[in-house]
Structures are given as structure tokens and as C-alpha cells.
Ligand binder design. Sequence first.
Ligand SMILES: [Zn+2]
Length: 318
Amino acid sequence: MRTLKNILLSAAILIVIVAVLAGYLVRGGFRRFDITPYPVPRPAFTNWNDVLAEPRDISLTTFQTGVVHMDACLNLDPASPRQADCDHVPRDLAVLVHWIHHPRFGDFLIDTGFDDSFAKHPPYGNYTEAMKLFNWANGVTNRQEPGMDLAAQLARLNVHPKAVFFTHLHPDHTGGVPALGPQTEFVFGKAEASFLARAAVANHFQANAKFFSIDFRATPSMPPLGPCVDLLGDGSFWAISAPGHTDDDMAFLINGATPVLLTGDASHFAWAFKTGVGPRGWNDAGTARGRVSLERLRAFARAYPSVRLIYGHEMEHF
Ligand SMILES: [Zn+2]
């Protein structure tokens, strides 16, 4: 009887320790984000032919803030029959930041890449303990050359972005946030800041950070893509709903002299886009949504071959 009691007590203590440890690791998930709806301008366009017929004075500059070294096929739909063709040799994936300049509305970023902690403290930089553990368990390492970090590159360009639009809330996309000014506004999809997403990235944001969310459920579709938002109201800069890899990821279209479609992690690299292998979601339902999003983006690329493509983690063209 006494032994049983001791066993039960030990088990209870162990459960409490594990629960406290797990709670500590995902503590960011308990943080509340104070999120305001993004002020969506009145839609002035209903189809892509009209949008692309009116390119705007807007520029895009893409730069790399670091490297994620991993088996890139781990990011792809595990059930795809094409997985077997994917080259499972670990390789360098570019950690990209996109700077948008609009002469009237100012400077914006898409994603923030890495701050300088990745050069100072490789291989996990400013990741949470949980993300360090997750990277370690999956054999993922991160790298950065000195001067490659977000602050250094923005200083060289003399750019002070007023807002960041996130493709999604994963830490290789939010790791540069600590390098930005306290007034910077942060925009993402309405369903994006889930418990797990906050657990992975909340440590990058100050307690009083200004968050805005886009509700794609209230937004008309622009075939062959899904719901799309004309972010500045003049047809120059578009957010495109592309969920699957995460709950509410976005792709973007920059309608300058050469229009560019940024797929975000709806497609990590060219091979996956060209062969039609979707991204891996958090669960099977997410992966299924990712397949739909990828097919929409591929249909758009086929319909508008003059639009240049930039994939989520590939630095091939610039
Ligand atoms: Zn990513």
C-alpha cells in the first residue's frame, strides 16, 4: 500500500515537473497580442487583367539576412508522391527580407529575417528554447555573416520601414523584429497568431508592439487566386491569402514596372513550385489547404507569365 502511494506521488511530481517545463517552453503562447483590424481600402479592382494593365511606381528590393541549413524536403507535403524525387541532402535556404518603397506611402518590409544575434550566437540566434530544441531535433542550423543582419542592411540602404507585412509568423521570418524601431507596425493574417505561433515568435516582439490583422474571410477573391487585399488602395501592393503552411499565410504581389509575385512559404523553392509539391502544414488539414493555395499560385503564374516569381527561401534571381 505504502509502495503504491509512493509510486503515485512520484508520478504526480513527475507530471507536474513535465507540465511546468512544457509550459515554460511555450510560455510565449500565453502572451496576449493586442491586434487591431488592418484598415483595408475600398477595392478598386476586381480582376488581375486590370491590375496588371496599370503598373505603379513602386519598387522591390530583396536581400538575404542569413541561412537556414536543413533537409529542405522536410518543409514539403509528406504525402506527395513527388517527395521521393526531392533531394534530401541538407542545403542552404536563404532567409529573405523584401523592402518595398512607394514614393507616396513610404517604406515597408515583407518579413524581417534575422537580427545580428545569428552572427553573434550561432546556430540558433534569438530563437526561444523550444525553437532551439525543435531545430536541434530536426538537424536544422542557422548561419549569418557579420553585416548581413537586418539592422546593418537597412542602415546601408538608409531605410526606416513604417510597417512589416509578414508572410507568416515563424521565427525565421520574425527574427529581425528586435532590430526595428518601437513605432514599427506589424501586419499578418487574422488567424495567424495562434497559440503555437505566439509560442514560437512572441519573444521577438516588445510588450507594446502594434499589431494589425487582415481578415481574408471578409475579402473578395481575385481568381485564379483566393481572397486578395489591395494594401495601399492604388493597386500597387497586394496581400494574397495562401494558407496551409500556417493558418493564415500570405503571398504578395508588387505591381511595379516588372510585377513580382512573392510566394512566401506557400512555396519554399522553385523545384517545389514547378513540380507542384505543396508546403507541409502543422497537420494534415493544413497540408491539404497548402496544396490548394499552391495550385492557385501556379494557375496565376501560368495565366500571367510576365509576372516574376520569388519563392519563400530561394535567392536564385537577384
Ligand atoms: Zn520560412
